[in-house]
Design a protein around this ligand. Structure first.
Ligand code: SF4
Length: 328
């Protein structure tokens, strides 16, 4: 586990333990450690379309919990959501300033209960699924993982809204994995990823464009296994909590190629804030797989003018995979 995940896990474990505030020096220490870790672990594209080595992709400003807006907006969040962001509390007098998980400003501010960060109270939320990728029968390994996912209640807001969990679909022995963002309404109803209008477009992209079978030649899954209410984008803490399932799926399927569909999938997988337009036509690595990025089919439904660019991305992928590209 890298330092960034360790820090996120520590903050979440503190919240789970009912600790809502940590001292400013401790928060600053965590922020510095995180920044150093991110600078060290920033993903670097292996090459761009022309095969040139590309030097940098910035991840320096990725702060998952800072994506939330501090102040009243955060304070009005659903009461059913137990895990809130660590956001700066407005400055108060003397030494009582602190970082609060509520993010709310209060005039009757009381000095927080100081709690030292302690390894003893950190209970890793993750279970050990390392045996699953070692199983010869990948269908069975995914079935067992699916059982665990069905029992998962890590994201309270998603759990209370989901009809069912959505693990993945396709051939677990396929070389190519498509990675989306999260289940939508249709996927939530049917328990299968990419079955709505966006899914139908993805099928056309695969079968009419790439000339391979969606069912036989691909495995499809998402960053999240539960539908976010209103089809909103995954929150960073949700992506973090679901990451173990994603990584286990990747380890079971062992794809040689992963195609990220849309900014959420690309940014969460590669841990970056780089825009999807800058990540296109480049080659990354993740867990022994070559990763490429393109637009999400749902985005293409709203912006058909980007279909040509997406086709270029698929051709880029096809060349990497050694597939025949017509008119090339
Ligand atoms: S999104 Fe993932 S981590 Fe969150 S409740 Fe669903 S299965 Fe669990």
């Amino acid at each position: 586990m890298n330092l960034r995940h360790a820090i996120l896990q520590r903050l979440q474990s503190l919240q789970c333990a009912g600790i809502e505030e940590i001292s400013r020096p401790q928060a600053r220490k965590l922020a510095i450690a995180l920044k150093e870790s991110e600078a060290k672990n920033a993903p670097k594209p292996v090459s761009d379309q022309a095969g040139q080595t590309v030097q940098t992709v910035s991840t320096a400003d990725f702060r998952p919990w800072e994506k939330r807006t501090p102040g009243p907006q955060t304070a009005q969040a659903s009461p059913a959501q137990p895990s809130k962001s660590f956001t700066p509390r407005p400055k108060t007098t003397a030494s009582s300033s602190s970082y609060s998980s509520s993010g709310s400003a209060s005039s009757s501010y009381m000095a927080p209960k100081r709690t030292a960060l302690s390894l003893e109270i950190i209970v890793p939320p993750h279970e050990d699924y390392s045996a699953l990728p070692l199983m010869e029968d990948r269908h069975e390994a995914l079935r067992l993982l699916g059982e665990k996912v069905r029992q998962c209640v890590r994201c309270i807001e998603l759990v209370s809204n989901r009809t069912q969990t959505v693990l993945g679909v396709g051939n677990p022995y396929a070389e190519l994995m498509f990675l989306g963002e999260a289940p939508g309404a249709d996927e939530d109803r049917q328990g299968i990823p990419f079955v709505g209008r966006a899914g139908q477009l993805l099928t056309k992209m695969i079968e009419n464009g790439m000339k391979i079978s969606r069912e036989e030649n691909t495995y499809i899954c998402n960053i999240l296994r539960c539908r976010p209410p209103g089809n909103r984008a995954p929150m960073p803490e949700e992506a973090f909590k679901c990451r173990q399932f994603l990584d286990t799926q990747i380890d079971i399927v062992k794809p040689k190629f992963i195609c990220c569909l849309g900014a959420s999938a690309a940014q969460y997988l590669l841990d970056t804030t780089t825009t999807i337009s800058r990540m296109r036509q480049r080659e990354y690595r993740y867990r022994n797989a070559t990763v490429v990025c393109t637009y999400h089919p749902a985005y293409l439904l709203r912006n058909p003018s980007q279909k040509a660019a997406t086709w270029q991305d698929l051709q880029f992928l096809m060349k990497l995979m050694g597939l025949k590209v017509e008119n090339d």
